[in-house]
Design a protein around this ligand. Structure first.
Ligand SMILES: *Cc1c(COP(=O)(O)O)cnc(C)c1O
Length: 459
């Protein structure tokens, strides 16, 4: 054994080898030394266990190859590109949507340069970082001003903390939503230090329910868009208009968490209707909040629009500083919003809207192409078909509505073959993510943004 241990070269002598010197130039001396030391430790353990010399000690080239691999692995970003063939276009677990070309350029510019983020160039004095967005939002939605934070969950928290800390907020029992993971209206209320006053029932809430709950401690009336569920049957809810009228009687603001919201008419694009921010603003609601990375098609952000006075109060709350966005996000968001000034080009320019509005003919062409390249790679255990499928927008937007789509379905005699295939798809440099349904593996064409890249990889 001692004999074997002695064959391990010293760390010093290894680091003096030309291969090590080269690695030190490319990476960093201390990291190379540390990783080499770990390999030597590994060799010692191997000798203790197997009473023989590991290959990477017997052969020096192998040692340096392994060392380089470890170093490459350390510098490689682990958040990898995946191909989204789940059929859910805005898949939160897959990072939601892609940015437009202009948004990417604006973001890149902000990354590489100083930008006039809080600086009014003409006046030569300090300005506010949300001003650019505020002006655009005013143009697009008619709201007086805007406040931008990290995401819509943050937007709701900030609105509650600013206007309802230590006070009561009235919400319908039909609207106490939970959005994927930890966002639950009652929990956010508790975090913001306000008291949730539930009114009505799960399926029916009336104006008088709100009226009866109002007291001197009420901060505001709140509407929450039921983004990810739909109550059917004997139902009734109170509209923003009615709440605004009631609020006026008691001098109480009405605040609306719209979730996704949309800045364009989805029905005009042959998509299921989604409430528009403009419409909510027009009802006289004091504040409306929505996400930047749902149907809007931009970066992760939460946008609050509404009255100048209330937005100013939000801006002054200490939490705003905690939740504010950086120059990259604000630049990308501004670029994204600018697309809305050119309505007829929206579906061409915004990747999310582009995917959602693809025609079935376009999907058919893609399906045929994908079937062809996949067919060449899969053995005869697998049967490939093009089948109609139902895609969805995702991220809570319009969950009950499905979008007509096409998918490649893969079936196999043995279920284990299908599981093996799914594993193989996940093992690609850029994993392919599909879904199981009906004992088949489905690759839905509507949600895949980088189709050309997918075809290239499979070739
Ligand atoms: C999605 C959603 C949220 C959370 O928005 P994020 O931008 O994901 O933080 C909050 N409320 C509603 C109603 C939603 O649909």
């Amino acid at each position: 054994m001692q004999q074997l241990f002695r064959q391990i070269p010293s760390l010093d002598s290894l680091l003096k080898q030309p291969q090590a010197v080269e690695l030190c130039q490319q990476f960093a001396y201390s990291t190379v030394a540390e990783q080499a030391r770990l390999l030597i430790e590994q060799a010692r353990r191997f000798i203790s266990q197997h009473h023989s010399i590991p290959h990477f000690i017997a052969d020096e080239n192998t040692f340096f190859m392994m060392l380089e691999e470890k170093l490459q692995n350390l510098s490689k970003v682990k958040i990898r590109t995946v191909f989204n063939l789940t059929g859910t276009v805005l898949h939160t677990n897959l990072g939601r949507g892609l940015w437009s070309e202009n948004a990417i350029q604006a973001a890149t510019n902000a990354m590489q340069n100083n930008v006039a983020l809080e600086f009014d160039i003409e006046e030569g004095k300090r300005s506010h970082r949300d001003n650019y967005i505020s002006e655009l939002v005013q143009q697009i939605t008619g709201a007086e001003a805007a406040c931008v934070v990290n995401n819509n969950a943050a937007a709701v928290l900030l609105m509650l903390a600013t206007f309802a800390q230590g006070k009561e907020v009235i919400v319908s029992r039909g609207e106490l939503v939970e959005i994927g993971g930890a966002f639950r209206i009652p929990d956010i209320m508790a975090q913001a230090g306000c008291k949730l006053v539930e009114v009505g029932t799960t399926n029916r809430t009336h104006l008088k329910d709100y009226r009866n709950a109002i007291n001197e401690n009420t901060a505001f009336l709140m509407k929450v868009h039921t983004s990810n569920y739909h109550i059917e049957g004997f139902t009734s809810s109170v509209s923003e208009e009615e709440l605004v009228a009631l609020g006026k009687e008691f001098d109480l603001p009405v605040i609306s968490d719209l979730g996704s919201g949309s800045l364009t008419n989805m029905q005009a694009l042959n998509l299921p209707a989604e409430p528009m921010v403009q419409q909510k603003v027009a009802t006289g609601v004091s504040l409306v909040s929505f996400s930047g990375d749902k149907l809007l098609g931009g970066p992760q952000a939460g946008i609050i629009v509404g009255s100048k006075e209330m937005i100013a109060q939000l801006q002054q709350h200490p939490l705003k500083r905690v939740l504010r966005c950086d120059k990259v996000i604000l630049s990308a968001l501004e670029a994204t919003l600018r697309h809305y000034l050119f309505p007829e080009k929206l579906t061409a320019d915004l990747p999310t809207l582009n995917l959602l509005t693809q025609s079935l003919e376009t999907l058919q062409t893609k399906a045929e192409k994908l079937k062809e390249v996949l067919g060449k790679r899969l053995n005869s255990n697998y049967i490939l078909q093009i089948e109609p499928s139902l895609a969805q927008i995702g991220s809570g937007a319009l969950p009950t509505e499905r979008l007509p789509s096409l998918a490649i379905t893969i079936s196999a005699e043995k279920q284990s073959d299908l599981l093996a295939l799914e594993k193989q798809f996940k093992a690609f440099e850029n994993p392919i993510i599909g879904r199981f349904s009906d004992k088949k593996f489905w690759l839905d064409l509507r949600s895949v943004a980088e189709f050309e890249g997918l075809v290239e990889m499979l070739k």
